[in-house]
Design a protein around this ligand. Structure first.
Ligand code: FAD
Length: 472
């Protein structure tokens, strides 16, 4: 079979399907190729969404533990992991079949199969149902995403050793779980398993978990996790793991480790992700990949092949769904004859544990590294009416402001719902707004978002609920 198409998008993750949908909305004739039955990619099938379904359940369990303080007593939660897994699968099914419906409404030609470039105008698709289809295209977008990284010595072939895909299967709740890697994915899964009953140890090679986030905010999260029984070792290396009877023996090397050799029921290796560029036939095109396997693309998402663009995880960090989505739109605009660059001032990051951690723009850490003079305004949530009413004062909102221009440069928020709150400040950063713009915006009362307004007011020494005279 042979098809001719204006645009073929290889990979239907949040980058690929968003690009395909947008291109169809602009009137292009589009073919979208993916191995799954419906668009969704890592994010919907094995990433953002399934992890958030579990984190939602975990949050409920943790919330209920405090309810006695409010005069409501629940009995100990009983977990039915088959039903929890089914809940997660139901969420994934609803969203991915919804996307399948949107493909049909937009009259996109969806091919379920594996795409390989034959040359700069032809993609061969090995169809999942059998057979092959040749797609002749004018332009192509590579959006094949990434897969969990493997490390020799840590990625051993054992059912007890999982990557994030395996962890999301929630086969059982291991008594003792070792999480190798204290990044966002490792930390979210650690939080889920620990709430579901595992004794979890997180080991991070770097001096800090959740790198990228400011230490004071990250500490709010790690402090709460430790209260719930999580053990966290930073500056510590998992030197090796091996299967022994009844578990996985891990050797931990770090100054603070008291028991260097421990046996765990399961191990989650979460040490990053590698781009899906192998066996894509890129050697048959002019597309270049770097030494780590990422497709080389410029700010217009153009590769070295004039017909082929690339977006999302496959072109590099930050590996985030919303970054993939935004790059997809840039690629399509350029294919459509515009001249656009992917040049955002900020891409927000969110850790969806409870409490959450969110940041955007310049962090205090980065400001210090750049020796940049900034005014940092922190509002503890204890000063906020809604936080008190919800018995969730375990949060902090921080604005980073340029003291001369009053520009909002960055935001960091730790606390329940931080991920939803960060959008307001991300908009301010992107639009070059000043502290007074946020201070003057009427925020609904009582909301936790008032802490953002008060942080901006604090810059002028006029925050209502915190007395902090203006800095001289
Ligand atoms: P992907 O989503 O990886 O999609 C690529 C698609 O291409 C896949 O469906 C794949 O099957 C397909 N494909 C690959 N090769 C071929 C081929 N040859 N032919 C056809 N199809 C092919 N990001 C966030 O922003 N927020 C989060 O909360 C978040 N949580 C995460 C939690 C976990 C556990 C994980 C693993 C990731 C998480 N991420 C999160 C990251 C996010 O999932 C990725 O950044 C995002 O999915 C990247 O989108 P993409 O379109 O580039 O690629």
């Amino acid at each position: 079979m042979a098809t001719e198409t204006q645009l073929v998008v290889v990979g239907a993750g949040p980058g690929g399907y968003a690009a395909a949908f947008y291109a169809a909305d602009l009137g292009m004739q589009v073919t979208l190729v993916d191995l799954e039955k419906n668009p969704g990619g890592t994010c919907l099938y094995r990433g953002c969404i399934p992890s958030k379904a579990y984190l939602h359940v975990a949050k409920l369990i943790n919330e209920v533990k405090h309810s006695e303080n409010w005069g409501v007593k629940f009995s100990e939660p009983e977990l039915d992991i088959d039903k929890i897994r089914a809940y997660k699968e139901g969420v994934v099914e609803k969203l991915t079949t919804g996307n399948g419906g949107l493909v049909k409404q937009r009259k996109i030609n969806y091919l379920q199969g594996k795409g390989t470039f034959v040359n700069s105008t032809t993609l061969k698709v090995e169809l999942v149902e059998g057979g092959e289809e040749e797609v002749k295209f004018e332009k192509a977008i590579i959006a094949t995403g990434s897969s969990p990284a493997k490390i020799p010595g840590l990625t051993i072939d054992s059912p007890r050793v999982m990557n994030s895909d395996g962890a999301l299967e929630l086969e059982n709740i291991p008594e003792k779980l070792l999480v190798v890697g204290g990044g966002i994915i490792g930390f979210e899964m650690a939080s889920v398993y620990s709430t579901f009953g595992s004794k979890v140890t997180v080991v991070e090679l770097l001096p800090q978990v959740l790198t990228g986030a400011d230490k004071d905010l990250a500490r709010i999260i790690t402090g709460e996790m430790k209260n719930r029984g999580l053990e966290i070792y930073t500056d510590t290396k998992v030197a090796g793991i091996k299967e022994v009877e009844g578990g996985i023996e891990a050797t931990l090397e770090g100054k603070k480790v008291e028991e260097p050799v421990q046996v765990f029921d399961k191990v989650l290796v979460s040490i990053g992700r590698t781009p899906n560029t192998a066996n894509l036939g890129l050697e048959n095109t002019s597309v270049k990949v770097d030494e780590k396997g990422f497709v080389v693309a410029n700010k217009k998402q153009e590769t070295d092949d004039p017909n082929i663009f690339a977006i999302g995880d496959v072109v590099g960090q930050p590996m985030l769904a919303h970054k993939a989505h935004a790059e997809g739109r840039v690629a399509v605009d350029n294919i459509n004859g515009d001249s656009k660059e992917f040049n955002p001032k900020t891409i927000p990051s969110v850790l969806y544990t409870d409490p959450e951690l969110a940041w955007a723009g310049l962090t205090e850490l980065e400001a210090k590294a750049e020796k940049r003079k900034v005014a940092v305004q922190r509002v503890p949530w204890a000063s906020n009416g809604r936080s008190q009413a919800q018995d969730r004062i375990d949060g902090s909102t921080k604005l980073i402001i340029d003291p001369e221009t009053e520009d909002i440069l960055g935001v960091g928020i730790a606390g329940m719902g931080a991920g939803e709150m960060v959008a307001e400040v991300a908009l301010a950063i992107e639009q070059g707004l000043k502290a007074k713009d946020i201070a003057h915006l009427i925020h609904a009362h009582p909301t936790v978002s008032e802490t953002v307004m008060e942080a901006a007011e604090m810059f002028y020494g006029t925050a209502t609920h915190i007395y902090r005279p203006k800095r001289k």
